[in-house]
Design a protein around this ligand. Structure first.
Ligand code: SF4
Ligand code: SF3
Length: 543
């Protein structure tokens, strides 16, 4: 076995990728990612045992969240970039050690590597399978994947200038705990739930960062056709990159289109003022292989999900920033003030043909908490009158497996008196279907990106209050969540920590759940997979 990774829903054979990732990650990248996580654990051990004050080590805080983010599925395939982060993190780790004395640390805090070969050799001893007990391994990895999602959201908030030191302190505590052989499975189950609690904090932090900077999302029709100017396609989740790109393209004759998880940017008032913010191009991340061909212009990835491009021509048009990276693609780094220079992307766009139209019309979204609260009376009346029988939270990720057709068919077959609440790229399975509305309320309410699943929680808690219920599970809301990468893991853990029960997770349960850990989730939280559409709908509707 040359590598082992089972962090995403596409893990080979439902157990783990062992030669090359289904995502396209090769052995070297997989191993370097393992080592980056390992050295981040080492730093965490020093911070925790050395009782270092989180507020006095901000460079380390930022490095650790960036490192976690880089290892998220489909974020960074660039071995050289990951190697640079390992070297940087080891340097920071060694400086930190200089601040403490008389403490013995483990190998993660002490090991040294000299070159790529020694990195790969070390990595092969410290990866996922280095934990022998399968239940401990399962819990450790679930915590780490939750932390990766948490770090991604925290990183976006940081880019907007918002931080919560308690989140960093928790990340250190949790990462250090994954090295601690004295912790039992019960201890790690408790830590998993605590990870969910901090997940809620991270989601709230990012929500506050986004809405305080860009305004509250509002109902918006987003054009899915094209204009006649050349365009830049921006993908991923980072709104600060989008803001800078829109500023720099103003008046250049180059339009900006969103792709995949960047679609919800259109819902924010601040971005609406840009006349060259043209619309959304294409569908979910995995459709990029064909859609980038017809887009014709440059593509800027601010985060995941990158699919290895099929041709040199496309690769040359891909730029990356932040935690994302791809070998041979230009990576745009910020200056000391956080400013990124996108002139190379803009100049390339000017030389390219305008995008080829692949669809036309518009899609509606912007149903985040603030907007939904303004519609609260209407929604409550519809529930009381029986016009709306049930809400279905269908948030999360999309993926390329055929089994994901389940979600389209599920949405199509839901009774007409139900409403889908969505967030994340999972929405592309049903956001272009004509599912109609109930008394003017669309049957698919899109809150935004995967992190805006937070909005769905805030809405649920508000409805609980309005209806005077004791328990959020008494609401007429069912949860049928699709997952793919690690941000969905933190969203799931956040929902569990808020007491949400009976969540269905698909299209398959995570490979990283050992049978015993899966049993705990089933018994404690009623977690279940998905089955046949008709049976599932009957089950959800309580028939
Ligand atoms: Fe496999 Fe997913 Fe890991 Fe990629 S991220 S190597 S597809 S388990
Ligand atoms: Fe999608 Fe990659 Fe997860 Fe933000 S873009 S949800 S998969």
């Amino acid at each position: 076995m040359s590598m082992f990774c089972y962090q995403c829903q596409e893990a080979a054979k439902g157990t783990g990728c062992q030669v090359r990732g289904v995502c396209g990650k090769n052995e070297e990248v997989a191993k370097l990612q393992d080592l980056l996580i390992y050295v981040s654990k080492g730093i965490s051990e020093i911070v925790v045992k050395g009782k270092l004050e989180v507020k006095s080590i901000s460079e380390v805080n930022h490095q650790v969240i960036k490192s976690l983010f880089i290892t998220i599925t489909n974020a960074n395939f660039d071995d050289n970039a990951i190697e640079r982060e390992i070297i940087k993190t080891i340097g920071l780790r060694n400086e930190l050690k200089g601040q403490v004395s008389n403490i013995t640390f483990g190998d993660a805090a002490e090991f040294e590597v000299t070159d790529r070969a020694s990195m790969l050799e070390k990595a092969s001893k410290v990866g996922v399978l280095s934990t022998e007990n399968e239940d401990i391994r399962s819990l450790r990895e679930m915590i780490i994947y939750g932390l990766k999602g948490m770090a991604a959201y925290t990183h976006h908030a940081l880019n907007i200038g918002k931080e919560d030191l308690d989140i960093y302190a928790f990340i250190y505590e949790a990462l250090a705990s994954t090295l601690d052989d004295s912790l039992s499975a019960d201890d790690l189950v408790a830590l998993t739930l605590k990870t969910g609690e901090f997940g809620v904090k991270a989601l709230a932090l990012l929500d506050d960062a986004n809405t305080s900077k860009y305004g509250n999302p509002e109902i918006t029709n987003v054009n899915i056709g094209v204009r006649n100017n050349p365009g830049i396609l921006i993908s991923g989740h980072d709104l600060t990159d989008l803001e800078q790109l829109l500023e720099q393209t103003k008046g250049t004759g180059v339009d900006v289109y969103t792709h995949c998880e960047m679609l919800p940017a259109h819902y924010y008032p601040v971005f609406k003022k840009y006349e060259n913010f043209a619309g959304n191009y294409g569908g979910s991340w995995w459709q990029q292989l064909t859609e980038f061909e017809t887009f014709n212009g440059p593509i800027l990835f601010t985060t995941n999900c990158i699919v290895p491009p099929r041709s040199e021509e496309i690769r040359k048009r891909i730029f990356t920033s932040g935690a994302s990276g791809y070998p041979g693609c230009i990576h745009i780094t910020p200056d000391e003030n956080g400013k990124k220079d996108f002139s190379e992307v803009i100049e390339m766009a000017k030389q390219c043909k305008p995008p080829t139209e692949i669809e036309s019309g518009s899609i509606v979204g912007g149903f985040a908490h603030n907007q939904v609260f303004t519609l609260a009376d209407k929604v409550v009346d519809a529930v009381k009158s029986g016009a709306i029988k049930k809400f279905f939270v269908m948030a999360g990720c999309d993926g390329r497996m055929k089994s994901r057709e389940y979600y389209t068919e599920f949405a199509e077959n839901l009774p007409k008196d139900t409403v889908i609440l969505t967030a994340g790229c999972a929405k592309y399975r049903y956001n272009k279907l004509n599912l109609g509305d109930i008394g003017g309320i669309p049957r698919v309410l899109d809150a935004g990106q995967c992190n805006d699943s937070y909005s769905l929680v805030v809405i649920a808690l508000k409805l609980k209050e309005i209806f005077g219920l004791e328990d959020v599970n008494e609401l007429p809301i069912a949860y049928n969540i699709a997952w793919y990468e690690q941000k969905a893991v933190i969203v799931l853990l956040a929902l569990l920590s808020l007491g949400v029960k009976n969540i269905h997770l698909g299209p398959t349960l995570p490979a990283f759940l050992s049978p015993n850990v899966a049993k705990v989730l089933v018994e404690k939280f009623g977690i279940a997979g998905v089955g046949q559409i008709d049976d599932d709908i009957k089950l959800f509707m309580g028939a």
